[in-house]
Design a protein around this ligand. Structure first.
Ligand code: COA
Length: 373
């Protein structure tokens, strides 16, 4: 195989087997359950349980799982103190990267592939993630971090810890649905990074941090924030066409459009569009939704590209009054469920992931002494 023969970026390469999630004929399933069904009927906690164990929980299994999560949600005061020492110059993702690493110093059990220690650590990471993201936001804004309320779901708790007041049910449920929709996505770049790290038998935290770092980029989880910037720069519905013309002249990528796997549309985007429409109808500001819809039409017409998961996420988060710098941390807060499912799957049947590169550099050269260069 030659570099540049169509496998650039490993496009189309089947790198592993997995039973966690599938994209077949444009349909996304988690453990065989369609994401539309899950988004409509499930909760994020139930979805995480499904991703990790392969089955939907019974009522008592879900109760136990939620109890374990509630017991693990608080942050160690040392982690808060560490965060308080950070200057405000970093982005929330930079804080989060360090924050997740810091959690491991206290929480880490046996590490590596031990299933019991792994389950405890996994619940600890899933449970503390929203607490950490909310604390980061508040500390960066000179506010005290708020302790989690064990009565609330992860989604509701996140909104509560962000603002200090119990969120309306509709906001919690919409965020819960957003978390379900982002929870896993086959062998996307960050999940692949998680599996590569896990394949060295690095511990769960290290594999999650590898994934988190990979999610950061604008071609992956960083796109929704880019969509917000773009929607802000567009001057209303009438400004869509001139803005797009300018972006194309500048040869910019239109954030939130295109996908490596979906060529006939991303099913998550269709669902998020409906959520955005619903939130717009409850708001006195239709602009975010209306501009998004017009841009979707214009991009389809001029570039034949369809929106991906990040496109309507941006307007949904904006209607939920979530600041743009938290869009990627929230993506991570959800996707960590999928990362952990894949890391567990990798540990359960591991072989070191170590591909080859086709060498295209110089052939063997004779060393040149400093005086002759
Ligand atoms: N805006 C403008 N052009 C785009 C584009 C976009 N959003 N997405 C793809 N293209 C174009 C590329 O410029 C390229 O054109 P070229 O062959 O003339 O150079 C062509 O489509 C293929 O792009 P490539 O990056 O090789 O395809 P990919 O399958 O690797 O792309 C993404 C997948 C997601 C990286 C890409 O669509 C993208 O950059 N989208 C914007 C970022 C984004 O929304 N990321 C979130 C993904 S969920």
């Amino acid at each position: 195989m030659k570099a540049g023969d169509g496998r650039r970026g490993l496009e189309g390469v089947v790198a592993t087997t997995s039973a966690v999630s599938s994209i077949i004929d444009g349909t996304l399933t988690y453990r065989g359950y369609g994401i539309d069904d899950l988004a409509q009927h499930s909760t994020f906690e139930e979805t995480a349980y499904l991703l990790w164990t392969g089955e939907l929980p019974t009522a008592s299994a879900l109760h136990t799982f939620r109890t374990e999560i509630a017991a693990a949600e608080s942050l160690d005061p040392e982690v808060i103190r560490l965060l308080q020492g950070f200057p405000n110059s970093g982005t929330p993702m930079e804080w989060l990267r360090t924050g997740i690493s810091a959690l491991s110093i206290r929480d880490r059990g046996a590490g590596g592939a031990d299933p019991d220690a792994g389950r405890r650590e996994a619940i600890g990471i899933l449970a503390r993630f929203p607490t950490l993201v909310a604390a980061i936001h508040r500390l960066r804004n000179g506010q005290e971090a708020i302790s989690p309320d064990p009565e609330l779901s992860l989604a509701a708790n996140f909104l509560y810890m962000l603002r200090g007041e119990r969120p309306p049910k509709v906001s919690s449920r919409i965020l819960d649905e957003v978390l379900i929709l982002h929870a896993d996505h086959e062998l996307n770049a960050s999940t692949f990074a998680a599996r590569v790290a896990a394949s060295t038998l690095a511990d769960l935290y290290s594999a999650v941090v590898a994934a988190l770092c990979t999610l950061t980029g604008p071609l992956h989880g960083g796109a929704a924030e880019g969509v917000h910037r773009m929607l802000t720069a567009i001057d209303g519905v009438g400004g869509v066409t001139p803005w797009l013309q300018g972006a194309l002249e500048r040869r910019e990528r239109v954030m939130g459009f295109g996908h490596r796997v979906y060529k006939n549309g991303d099913p998550r985007a269709r669902r998020l569009k409906r959520l955005s429409e619903r939130l717009a109808s409850m708001s006195d500001d239709q602009r975010w939704y209306d501009v998004s819809v017009r841009l979707e039409g214009e991009v389809a017409r001029t570039l034949s590209l369809l929106p991906n998961v990040d496109f309507y996420s941006a307007s949904v988060y904006t209607y939920l009054d979530i600041p743009p710098q938290l869009f990627t941390p929230i993506f991570a807060m959800s996707r960590v469920a999928g990362w952990i499912a894949h890391i567990m799957e990798q540990y359960a049947d591991n072989r070191l992931i170590r591909p080859r590169a086709e060498y295209v550099g110089h052939t063997y050269r004779t060393y040149i002494g400093m005086e002759n260069r």
